[in-house]
Design a protein. Sequence first.
Length: 361
Amino acid sequence: MRTALVIGTGLIGTSAALALAGRGVRVHLTDHDPAQARTAAALGAGTDEEPEDPVDLAVVAVPPAHVAAAVADAQRRGLARGYLDVASVKGGPRRELAALGGDPRRYLGTHPMAGRERSGPLAATADLFEGRPWVLTPTAETDTEVLNLALELVALCRAVPVVMDADAHDRAVALVSHTPQLLSSLVAARLEGADETAVRLCGQGIRDVTRIAASDPAMWVDILSANPGPVADVLAAVAADLDETVTALRALQSADEDDRKSGVSGIEDVLRRGNAGRERVPGKHGAAPATYESVTVMIGDQPGELARIFADAGRAGVNIEDVRIEHATGQQAGLIQLMVEPGAVPSLTAALRERGWSIRQ
Ligand SMILES: NC(=O)c1ccc[n+]([C@@H]2O[C@H](COP(=O)([O-])OP(=O)(O)OC[C@H]3O[C@@H](n4cnc5c(N)ncnc54)[C@H](O)[C@@H]3O)[C@@H](O)[C@H]2O)c1
Ligand SMILES: O=C(O)C(=O)C[C@]1(C(=O)O)C=C[C@@H](O)C=C1
């Protein structure tokens, strides 16, 4: 693959673009919010100029409800030889594309099983997909060239291809992704009105369980709206387990010894089943997660500052792996943490100082 077009330069689109651009593919970036495409380009994910000729592969990375229209529009305009999407649900977008008169031969539904609780290009990383399953849902109609382009994309992102039927995929992710998102949100929701004395005791356990509760509600409403039945089925089974767990806990409060024994065995049962389920969760197959070091820089709260600092880092030949921004309360400034490979810290610090940036230790 020599050229690609990423439509929707948020977390997933920009992460794929960074991986492709880092491996020599010329990547064009577009988003219905041009500022997002500009930010992705400033991060080194490609160019936000339109391609002059059709690209090899269009990667549609927009929210699930917009996938079919975006694919149909790109196909109508003949922007690429092959088209794929990366949405978290697969059955709905395929059916909607058919209803819109899209070409099913040149489209492949895919889903990388990697993501984050943060949205937008600033949360993107080139290594997001490394070692992660990337589901491909070809049908008898799918053109072999499009499937091969998708396999090349997965290989360039260092992910692991998994071929599945679209509806089987949707049932599987109801169990391993969509229900966990809701359960994380439900646990975190208990904290909303909780007493401060309780909240300040939060330790690592609740942090682990609630990380994904920080995800974008709009995106998840879209995902769950496209897969409500399978998710409701799993959640109903969890609700039955919850009922039994509450009964077991109430039995533990009983004065009767036999009741207490049945309570202990009920609780033991759920904890043991949890151990057994947890043992089945596969590890990440690829390289160990990279550990980065951060360079913290004072940044003015005005248009163009982010693009300027990314461009300066790019000029210094430094790849930014991750970014965090902290806005200083009541000030027209904030701190930006640029995460880079440890070896790149001295050259980045020197280059940014030279260009007038104020570095924080
Ligand atoms: N977030 C995750 O963890 C994750 C993981 C795997 C797959 N996905 C899927 O990837 C897709 C993108 O998710 P994300 O997390 O990158 O979201 P995001 O909000 O970070 O990015 C989505 C981008 O699409 C743009 N957009 C919306 N409608 C558009 C349109 N019609 N045309 C062009 N651009 C449009 C938005 O402006 C935004 O920049 C979704 O379909 C999601 O289901 C998400
Ligand atoms: O790890 C995260 O933060 C995710 O959001 C990842 C996750 C998942 O559930 O595994 C979330 C939704 C996507 O469709 C794929 C991946």
